[in-house]
Design a protein around this ligand. Sequence first.
Ligand SMILES: [Zn+2]
Ligand SMILES: [Zn+2]
Length: 216
Amino acid sequence: MTAAEVVTGVLVTALCIGAGMMLWFLAEYLLHRFAMHHLHGKGIMSREHLEHHVHSSWSFDVTHLLSWTGVAVVGTVLWFPLGWWLFGTAVGVLLAVGWALGYAFYEFNHARCHLAPPRGRYGRWVRRHHFQHHFGAPMSNHGVSMPLWDVVFGTRRSPERIRVPRRLALPWMVDEDGDLLEEFTRDYELVGHDRLDERQAGIDRARAFASLAPTD
Ligand SMILES: [Zn+2]
Ligand SMILES: [Zn+2]
């Protein structure tokens, strides 16, 4: 095999995996916007996602295995045959692999947003983008892990500072007294109270299922 053939092979591989990932990022946007938020809790996908909005916390759940199964099925019955039909077996496999990698990228970064403080420019951006979705305007910033489709569809919102209801503050944002850590004051401000009584829990649930931002 010549050097030119090796380079071409690497480029084509990267292109096919990249195309598969882009398919995922488009699906991420469309599913999040239409199958989760627009349905207001109808169907398991919407219900589980809006539950996530009620508490704005993340923990492993068996429904994540269902999501992975769905991703594997779509890769196998849709993207693999499409790539195979267009360009052959290798392209079909790479397209499906890219699709699954895109989903893994989303899952990993979404979980990290909720569980750990930002590191680096991307870490800061993805948290700002996603927590504006949670706390500022749930009908914006539907692409969780990349901004392209929000820019294309005009749903990107990026205020200077994101207002976070005190009771829903992420654990990594605050000190033991519940006050915002100094290093996050340029991106976030805590608003409202930290009481989470039954009445407030009911309001938070109703607003999450209406795809409205939580009140202060
Ligand atoms: Zn989230
Ligand atoms: Zn959402």
